[in-house]
Structure formats: structure tokens, C-alpha cells
Design a protein around this ligand. Structure first.
Ligand SMILES: [Zn+2]
Length: 427
């Protein structure tokens, strides 16, 4: 069991939605269901800051219900649904719509509200009315907020409301028309590239805006060594900055695009091998607040398009934990670091911890103390398995990891006190 205070071997009793007891050895109460976690890590269930659940508008690819199924299998008790739906989640009514669908799903669903109306980057969305409905993270993800004056205004508002803005860092002009990382390989393949600088300039801009406004900024899916270095330096200087990395960016590099397979097309794009190595090193060093999936389902017909025309994005919820375990060194993986980036860090950024008094969701990323909400995961680090896209639990199949051998698998997930995954299967 991986609590905040250390690793210990113990039994946990979950009753009426909370951790009711914890001791080296507990008797089994009459009628209790036993989850055998021998040899496993038991910790706070994972929190995903970045999931595209596609509802409303993209139900052919995913729904809140199907995305929550994949999340449960992946060990998550809460996912933050991104706002780039059709229509965009840019009003209190749409926030309520997603929250009410989420309340019937297997895991909790929180909402990222759009920063601007329709995610068009022009006028600010009604952030205060969304914040009053419990929104704590605002993002136009899918696109960055291009106009620095709009972003500055958004940050001033966010600082006043005590919420965080989350940026998809890509300068639209610098990455226009690009479908992979810009460099020698994109030239050789004859594809227009998206330069690393397209990301890094926006990271630099937003750090300075956050420094000036005092707002809290979260950087989504950072993909280059330089981006991370700027965030680390800004944090040291006292800027209120957090960041996430996505599993595809720390496991795959641009060479995967050489066969023009659109399964490897993502924004920001897969980068150079040295960027991948830098992301992994930053994870190990504890410089990254969260691993976030950027789970981006697409129906099969859309990924049948040529590379430069296909939509960007890959699935993530069902394999993020195993890929994180591997990136943190497999047998050498520090379980505290593992739960820091998959659970405690993202829960802090999304402000869904017990101590955050989140009005709609609570008690994620906890310490496994008695009295806490029971959002727990049982992760078996010794399990070995192979990804099969036909065994996935969401609606789409666009995983770049089909056929890949994995180490470490979620054996059980408890969300809101309910056992939603047992023996690796949905209950
Ligand atoms: Zn994005």
C-alpha cells in the first residue's frame, strides 16, 4: 500500500464510500467482497487531467459513458473532460450537461471549461458562471489561445476566480499545415513540419503572462526538452506553473511517422529521440506534475485518410499506467513517483483532493487514511500483457500500441467507493 507516509503492507476496509479501516490484518466482515492485492501496489486511483470524451457532438468516436469505461480499466477514478466538443463546453448549461452525464458513468467526470466562446480565441467565455458550477480548469485545448491580449485577460480573470488556465502550446502560424515534427525527417518524407519552436514560444509567452498576472498556468502535453526546461526554471522563480506530459510523447519519437501511418499523428507531434529521453528524465527527477493521457478517440474511417489529412490524436486511458511504470524504470520504478504523477499531482492541479473542498467531486489523490473517500487502485507491477486494440473498452481503436508488450496492469479500481474493475475486468 502506497500511502503518503510510506509503503506498508496492510488490509483496507471500504464501506459506504470511504476508507473505513486500515490495519496490518483485518478480519473479513460478513458479506464483504475481498479484492486480493497480494504483490500489488494499492494507492489513490489515477486522475486524468486531459481526456477527450467527445460528447456532445462526437459520439461516433466516444461518449462520456464509454470513455469512463476505458478510464476505469486504466485505473482512474476521475477524468477531466476537455472542452473541444461540438458545441464547445463554454457555458454553465454545457458544464451541467457533461456533469450530469458523468454522474451516471463508472468514474467521476470533471469538466474543463473553454477559455473563449466557441474556442475561437476571441472573447472570453463566461468563466465565472462555469467556475460557480465547479469548473477549476479552463482550456481551449485542441488549439492554443493565439492572441496574447486575450490570454492576458483570461489569466487576470482566472486569478480573480482562483481557477487555473491550461494551455495547448502551439503557435498556429508557426505550425500551419504541419503534420509531424519539423526537421530532417519531415523534409525527407516530404511532409510539412510543426517546429518545436511553435510550442516553445507559447510556453515562453505564457510563463511571462503568468508571472505578470500572478495567475496559475498549466501546460498541457509538453513535448520538448526546451519546454520542460523553461517550466522548471519558471517554477524555481516562483511562477505558479504546472505541467503534464503524455505517454505517447515519452514513449514514441518522430521516426514512428516514417511509414505515413496516421496512428502516429498527434498535436503537438512526436519529437526527436533526445526530447523523448528528456521527458523521461524529467519524469524520473520529479519535475513533471502529471502524466495526462490526451486520450483522443477517432472513428476508424477518419484514420484511414492520408497522413497529412488525418485527424491528430491517439487513445491513452487504458495503457498510461503501464507506460508510466516503464518510463519510471520498471523494477526500479519508485512507487511514490508513480502515484505522484498519475494521481496526487493531477488531483492537485485539478483541485479535486479531499482538502480542496471541490463542490462537485472530492477525495481523489489521497493518502489512504481512514475517513477518506474510497478512490483506490490496485496495480500489479509484475503483470505482463500485450495490447490488443480489439480488447479496448472505449468506442475507438486508434491506439499506436497494438501488439506492444507491456509491464504492469491495473487489477482493480474503486471509484466513489464502488468496485468498478475487479480482476482486470469491468464489474
Ligand atoms: Zn492539446
Amino acid at each position: 500500500m502506497i500511502g503518503k507516509d510510506g509503503v506498508e503492507q496492510a488490509d483496507l476496509l471500504v464501506r459506504e464510500g470511504v476508507v473505513a479501516d486500515r490495519a496490518p490484518s483485518l478480519g473479513v466482515p460478513v458479506g464483504a467482497h475481498v479484492v486480493d492485492a497480494t504483490g500489488c501496489w494499492v494507492g489513490p486511483a489515477f486522475v486524468d487531467l486531459h481526456a477527450h470524451l467527445r460528447e456532445p457532438g462526437g459520439e461516433a468516436a466516444e461518449t462520456i459513458e464509454s470513455g469512463a469505461r476505458a478510464a476505469a480499466i486504466g485505473g482512474y477514478s476521475l477524468v477531466v473532460a476537455m472542452a473541444n466538443t461540438e458545441p464547445a463546453i463554454d457555458s454553465a448549461a454545457l458544464v451541467e450537461y457533461v456533469l450530469s452525464r458523468g454522474s451516471r458513468a463508472r468514474v467521476e467526470v470533471a469538466v474543463a471549461g473553454a477559455i473563449t466562446v466557441g474556442r475561437r480565441g476571441e472573447s472570453l467565455a463566461p468563466m465565472a458562471e462555469m467556475a460557480a458550477r465547479g469548473v477549476r480548469l479552463f482550456s481551449d485545448d485542441g488549439d492554443g489561445v493565439q492572441d496574447p491580449a486575450v490570454m492576458r485577460r483570461a489569466m487576470l480573470y482566472a486569478a480573480g476566480l482562483g481557477v487555473r488556465v491550461a494551455e495547448h502550446c502551439e503557435d498556429a502560424r508557426l505550425v500551419a499545415g504541419g503534420s509531424m515534427n519539423e526537421g530532417a525527417l519531415s523534409s525527407r518524407l516530404g511532409l510539412v513540419g510543426r517546429p518545436a519552436m511553435g510550442e516553445e514560444l507559447m510556453v515562453l509567452r505564457d510563463i511571462e503572462l503568468a508571472r505578470w498576472t500572478g495567475a496559475a498556468i498549466h501546460f498541457l502535453h509538453l513535448s520538448t526538452a526546451r519546454s520542460l526546461a523553461m517550466v522548471v526554471a519558471a517554477r524555481r522563480e516562483g511562477v505558479n506553473v504546472t505541467c503534464e506530459v503524455a505517454p505517447h510523447h515519452f514513449t514514441l519519437d518522430e521516426s514512428a511517422c516514417a511509414d505515413f501511418d496516421p496512428l502516429y499523428k498527434v498535436n503537438p507531434p512526436l519529437r526527436r529521440a533526445q526530447d523523448v529521453a528528456a521527458l523521461r528524465a524529467a519524469l524520473v527527477r520529479g519535475e513533471v506534475d502529471a502524466v495526462a493521457t490526451d486520450h483522443a478517440p477517432h472513428p476508424p474511417e477518419s484514420k484511414d485518410l492520408p497522413f497529412d489529412e488525418a485527424p491528430a490524436g491517439v487513445l491513452g486511458l487504458e495503457h498510461a499506467a503501464a507506460l508510466t511504470y516503464e518510463a519510471l524504470g520498471s523494477e526500479q520504478c519508485d512507487p511514490h513517483r508513480f502515484f505522484d504523477v498519475l494521481s496526487r499531482g493531477p488531483a492537485r492541479v485539478a483541485r479535486v483532493r479531499h482538502e480542496d473542498f471541490y463542490p462537485r467531486h472530492g477525495g481523489h489523490g489521497g493518502a489512504l487514511h481512514v475517513g477518506e473517500d474510497a478512490n483506490l487502485v490496485v496495480f500489479d507491477p509484475s503483470s505482463r500483457w500485450v495490447v490488443d486494440r480489439d480488447d479496448l473498452h472505449g468506442r475507438s481503436r486508434n491506439t499506436p500500441y497494438h501488439g506492444r508488450a507491456m509491464r504492469g496492469r491495473v487489477r482493480a479500481t474503486i471509484a466513489r467507493g464502488v468496485l468498478v474493475v475487479d480482476e482486470g475486468e469491468l464489474t
